[in-house]
Structures are given as C-alpha cells and as structure tokens.
Design a binder for this molecule. Structure first.
Ligand SMILES: [Zn+2]
Length: 118
C-alpha cells in the first residue's frame, strides 16, 4: 500500500511540470513571433524607402567605366564607348528594375482584363 502511494505521487508532479513547460514554450514562441514581426516591419520600411529613392534617382554610375561612359586609348585621343552602358555612363539601379518589373506585370494584367471586357 505504501509503495503504491509513493509511486502515485510523482505522476501528477511530472504532469504539472509538462504543463508549465508548454506555457513557457508558448510565451517563448509569442515573444519570437513579435520579434520576427518587428524585424519584418523594419525590413519592409527599408525596402520601400530604397524603392522610393530608386523612383526619384533611377540611375547609378556604371560600375565598369565608373560613370565616364568611355574608355580612353593610351594612344592619342582615341576612345571607345563602354559596352556595358553603351557610352551613357549610367547604370539602372536594382530597385528600378524591380519597379519596372512590377509596372510591366500590372500593365500586362490591365491589358488582359481590358481584352476580356471586350
Ligand atoms: Zn559604362
């Protein structure tokens, strides 16, 4: 009888600790979810700000010719245009490519809906 009672005692104790552990993991996941949401919010703001700057200033310096647009010959005054930027010295920024892509996708969607309407 005594041994049976002794074995019976630890069972609710372990059960209780399991519940506590479950609560602890729940609060831990809630905490990390909040952190993830905050990080996502910051990243979203940074990306939107970058896209906004790409909307206002779409070009950067060409990386190959450093914005000059041409390469001078070591002899005389001869030069050739930069192949990468076709002599413009400009480079379309990555964010501008993204904006152009979004606009193209939206335009394609509008075209398809207008065709469907007719
Ligand atoms: Zn160039």
């Amino acid at each position: 009888m005594l041994s049976h009672a002794a074995t019976a005692i630890p069972i609710p104790a372990t059960h209780g600790s399991d519940q506590l552990g479950a609560v602890a993991t729940l609060t831990a996941t809630a905490h990390t979810a909040g952190q993830v949401a905050a990080v996502l919010l910051i990243v979203t703001i940074v990306v939107w700000f970058y896209l906004l700057t790409c909307l206002i200033w779409p070009f950067g310096k060409c990386r190959r010719c450093k914005g000059v647009g041409k390469f001078k010959s070591p002899f005389g005054r001869a030069y050739r245009h930069c192949g990468k930027c076709q002599g413009s010295g400009l480079r379309v920024r990555l964010g501008r490519h993204v904006i152009n892509h979004i606009r193209a996708v939206r335009g394609a969607g509008q075209n398809s809906t207008s065709k469907g309407g007719k």
